[in-house]
Write a protein that binds this ligand. Structure first.
Ligand code: ATP
Length: 288
């Protein structure tokens, strides 16, 4: 095999809680993760010449060593002691700096693709151990689907697939730095924490309404005061009949959950006409 193309799904958080800041500076989290059917596409091609080159259709993301794809590819080659030149192309569709783990899912897809391309006998557990060196969400992006994420994101428990629904993603035209949000989070002062067991129970029994009424993300306490447009988007989504609307990750993307496709389509149109954002996607949960 000389070439491989792989899809990397975006994620949202159905619940996001932060328990404490650890001594090493990482935050201990408790999250329910869900992949959605919005994908980046990555193509890897072997080359005679040594070295890794990355090209992309995206105008601003870096294509050098700072890109998580390049980091993951180098780490993979180093760990398995392989010398191989690569040309990589990234077709970016997941909004950037949006709380949807765009960089992490690209890194995860890189590890998965390279194992296939280079015919390396390995398993997901090993790739997850490599992945966490790149970012806390990378192991989950290797696993995908509905899952509980604990520790700094490396302790994963797969859950039953979350109930089917229609998911409208609305990303306002601002970029939010995950670092900024965590640095400004006051864990001790949080007034409320998501009912994680309740969300999990609702998922297990296929209770969409029960799941939706418990969705909560403690990072909203930092991102919404800094960017009130997120609250406006949530309110507009609820007015349009969403069962629930929540910020994903550190934001600013809002996901709104609808039971009926028609309602979701109408809401999409309303958001498009309101010119709140030019990054709006109607999608659904993705199970690998
Ligand atoms: P998370 O939800 O994991 O916090 P995010 O969705 O908020 O992540 P990303 O889209 O991963 O944020 O991008 C954050 C920054 O990471 C970008 O501004 C960019 O500079 C850098 N970056 C490095 N590699 C990538 C990549 N492959 N795709 C997107 N951004 C990347």
């Amino acid at each position: 095999m000389d070439k491989i193309t792989i899809k990397a799904p975006a994620k949202i958080n159905l619940g996001l809680d932060v328990l404490r800041k650890r001594e090493d500076g990482y935050h201990e989290v408790h999250m329910i993760m869900q992949t959605v059917a919005l994908f980046d596409e990555l193509t890897f091609e072997k080359t005679e010449k040594q070295g890794i080159t990355l090209a992309t259709n995206h105008e601003t993301i870096e294509t050098d060593e700072r890109n998580l794809i390049v980091k993951a590819a180098k780490l993979f080659l180093e760990y398995f002691s392989i010398e191989q030149g690569l040309n990589i192309y990234l077709k970016k569709q997941i909004p950037v700096a949006a709380g949807m783990a765009g960089g992490s899912t690209d890194a995860a897809a890189t590890l998965l693709a390279m194992a296939q391309l280079l015919e390396v006998q390995t398993d997901k557990e090993t790739l997850c151990k490599l992945g966490v060196k790149i970012g806390a969400d990378v192991p989950y992006c290797i696993l995908q689907g509905t899952a509980l994420s604990q520790g700094i994101g490396e302790i994963l428990t797969p859950l039953k697939p979350a109930p089917d629904c229609f998911v409208l993603l609305i990303k306002p035209p601002i970029e939010v730095s995950t670092k900024f949000v965590y640095e400004n989070l006051k864990v001790q002062e949080l007034k409320s924490h998501p009912d994680m067991e309740g969300i999990q129970r609702a998922i297990e029994t296929g209770d969409l309404n029960g799941m939706c009424k418990r969705l909560e993300n403690v990072l909203e306490s930092v991102t919404i005061p800094a960017h009130p447009i997120i609250k406006e988007i949530k309110e507009l989504a609820l007015q349009q009949g969403a069962i629930s609307a929540l910020m994903s990750g550190s934001g600013p993307t809002v996901f709104a959950i609808f039971e009926e496709e028609m309602q979701a389509k109408v809401a999409k149109k309303v958001f498009e006409e309101a010119k709140i954002s030019n990054e709006i996607y109607l999608t659904h949960f993705f199970q690998p």
